[in-house]
Each structure stands twice: as C-alpha cells, then as structure tokens.
Design a binder for this molecule. Structure first.
Ligand SMILES: Cc1cc2nc3c(=O)[nH]c(=O)nc-3n(C[C@H](O)[C@H](O)[C@H](O)COP(=O)(O)O)c2cc1C
Length: 218
C-alpha cells in the first residue's frame, strides 16, 4: 500500500433556487423540450453545452462512460462522432444500448436520455467530416482511439505522417471514423429545487410513437 487519500466533502452542497418545472411548461415532444432547454443553456453562456456523458455497457454488463459532443439533434435522435474502433464502439457493437447525460449545472439542470444506438449513414458521416478543421481530420487518422500507445512521440509521428500523405489535398474520411445516432426511448428533464425536492419529468416512448410524461420523485 502507498499513501492513502481522504477527501471529506460533507459540507460541500448547493441549494437550487433558480426555477421550477411544471407539467404545463413541458412541450409534448421531448425533442422540442430539449431544444428549448438547449437554447437556454446557450444563452446562459454555458461552456460546451453540447458536451454530454455517453454511457455504454459491454456484453458482460460492465458500464463505461465518457464525455463526447452532441453534433446534431433531429427527429431520429442525438448524433455524435467518434472512432469506430474505440472502446465505446466495441461496446456498442456488442450491446447497442446507450445513455446520455447533459449536466447544465449553472442552470441547476440535467437531462438524461436512454435509447438504442445505430451508426449514422456513411454519406452523413463523410459530409460532417468534410466540415472539420484539417488538423482534426488528420488527428482522426493519426489516433487509434482507445489503443495503448508507447508515448506521445508515436502519436505526433503518425500525425506528421498523415500530414505529409495528404499535403495539398483533401483529407478523406477514415473508414474507421463516423457518427452514431442515439434514438431516445426515455428522456428525463431535471430541475433542481430547494430542500432536494427537485422537479423531474420523464418522457417514455410508447408503442404508437407517442410520448407519455410522468413526474418522478426526486
Ligand atoms: C469536452 C469533451 C468532448 C469530447 N468530445 C468527443 C467526441 O465528440 N468524440 C469522441 O470520440 N471523443 C470525444 N472526447 C473524448 C472522449 O471523452 C473519450 O476520451 C474518447 O472518445 C475515448 O473513449 P473510449 O475509449 O471510451 O471509447 C471528448 C472529451 C471531452 C472532455
């Protein structure tokens, strides 16, 4: 055993007083409700309001989680881009269920989404890749995301290699890179309230594609 760590945070707590959420405030469509809250997060100046935690789970039931960026929201769901050989991709291959969490703490809000995940069409992935800065495009080629590497120099050498390879031309989309869409089955909106009596509303997708809304205990 080496040294031990002990951090006591019992006195670190915030009261949530900014606003409340009532059933009458909710849009019947959770994606429109999400768009409304997202707009408010943008207006509030939250840094990277499109940053979200993505939880995936391997076939053995072990979950893993990481932050990624939401790149679009359309009728079919939440789109993000990543490496198709990464840990998250392997887990999604084995188990195409995922969960997202947006934490907009400055607004005392979180949104939780669960659903099923599919690869985005190749055309859409390539169309998005083309809009990325060249450095990011090269970075996608250079990094075998989630693989063990010996040192940073190895990464930089690969970056230089692809920089040379595609000098003066467009950088093609790596075959191992692209988007996923998480189609929501449940979306929960959480607004912090005093005394931990927070407001929570969960939308659940019904068989007829309509959404049922329930208030949950905090
Ligand atoms: C703010 C932020 C945004 C990120 N956005 C992405 C992203 O859009 N796509 C991505 O693949 N990784 C993104 N990452 C890196 C991931 O958190 C993660 O390290 C990487 O995807 C490898 O995850 P995995 O090994 O679990 O597959 C982001 C990290 C942070 C902190």
């Amino acid at each position: 055993m080496t040294g031990s760590v002990s951090i006591s945070l019992a006195d670190l707590r915030a009261e949530y007083t900014q606003s409340g959420l009532e059933a009458r405030d909710l849009d019947p469509d959770p994606l429109r409700q999400f768009a409304k809250w997202f707009e408010q997060a943008l207006k509030a100046g939250i840094r990277e309001p499109n940053a979200m935690a993505l939880a995936t789970c391997n076939a053995a039931g072990q979950p893993s989680v990481r932050i990624i960026l939401l790149k679009s929201l359309e009728e079919d769901g939440f789109t993000f881009f990543t490496n198709y050989e990464s840990r998250k991709a392997a887990e999604l291959e084995a188990n195409p269920h995922g969960a997202l969490n947006f934490a907009w703490l400055e607004l005392e809000r979180q949104v939780n989404v669960t659903g099923t995940v599919k690869k985005l069409s190749r055309e859409k992935s390539e169309a998005y890749f083309k809009t990325r800065p060249r450095g990011n495009q090269l970075g996608a080629w250079a990094s075998r995301q989630s693989a063990v590497i010996p040192d940073r120099a190895t990464l930089e050498a690969r970056m230089a290699e692809f920089d040379g390879k595609y000098r003066g031309g467009t950088v093609p989309t790596p075959p191992f890179w692209g988007g996923y869409v998480l189609a929501p089955l449940e979306i929960e909106f959480w607004q912090g309230r005093p005394n931990r009596l927070h407001d929570r509303f969960r939308y659940t997708r019904q068989a007829d594609s309509r959404w049922k809304i329930d208030r949950l205990a905090p």
